[in-house]
Write a protein that binds this ligand. Sequence first.
Ligand code: SF4
Length: 321
Amino acid sequence: MKDEKLLEIKNLSIQYKTDDGVVHAVENLNLEVGNGETLGFVGETGAGKTTTALGVLQLVPEPAGKIVGGEIFFQGENLLDKNRNEMKKILGKKIAMIFQDPMTSLNPVMTVGDQIKEMILLHENVSNSEASEKAREILEVVGIPGERQDEYPHQFSGGMKQRVVIAIALSCNPTLLIADEPTTALDVTIQAQVLDLMKNLKEEFQTSMIMITHDLGVVADICDKVAIMYGGNVLEYATKESLFTKAYHPYTQGLFNSIPDLDDEQDRLNVIDGLPPDPTDMPSGCSFHPRCPHAMDKCSECAPPKFEVAPGHTVNCYLYE
Ligand code: SF4
């Protein structure tokens, strides 16, 4: 069951039109998420992680943004063939998203209980009192006493607000939960608690997840598989165990090298030289070539295909041809 494909993204391309030109936010991206699996989606800001997630939900902001190619199969059906009403039924009920900042997801003038209830009533055929009871239960699941359901968002701390957002996302027991940097806006101590909560929920509800993050520590903690993203595409894809045993792509190696070693007294952090590519003017060939210490002539001529370096572990880099 765990290896069945729940989500399969094929050759997805998403562009934005800006005053500076066309931004190639996602280019020919291929990715899969299995049932019950958590995929870590890792990369720097601007790598295309959030845009890919918005593409799955068909929430790419129009008219500037547009899905210009590809297919997104969810439970075997191409989401790009669905109309607005069909997508509405899927969002929340089958696919839910948790955004970075809980305050942008919560309605400040509605009690948290009503916000959870609203979601339940939208997707489930239950009475008002049954929805209230369910809202109360789901608050308890995320560690908030049920009697606080009559309070407003401003009465909760940042970590508690993110728990409420998670409760709303889970209220209809979605099959796929997409979490976009869900702990970034929180204090470090609270981050660990929210991650623990998500880990427990994943085990309890068997929800598949896409965890968007720039933090390999989060991946180590919660993910089964990892996609390393750069310049709108996936450069390395592997199980967590395989990636943490050996990272093959020079960019992934750079990410691991930039994690500070607490036992080593260093004056400065190891950072990857250079800057992420300008998405309105992407480098030719391998998008990482201007920063890559191993770049060869052909790297700037033609984008490298995918090479399998270990079972299920693929890398887009000519070093493994
Ligand atoms: Fe570096 Fe070439 Fe590999 Fe790109 S394809 S990561 S430039 S060696």
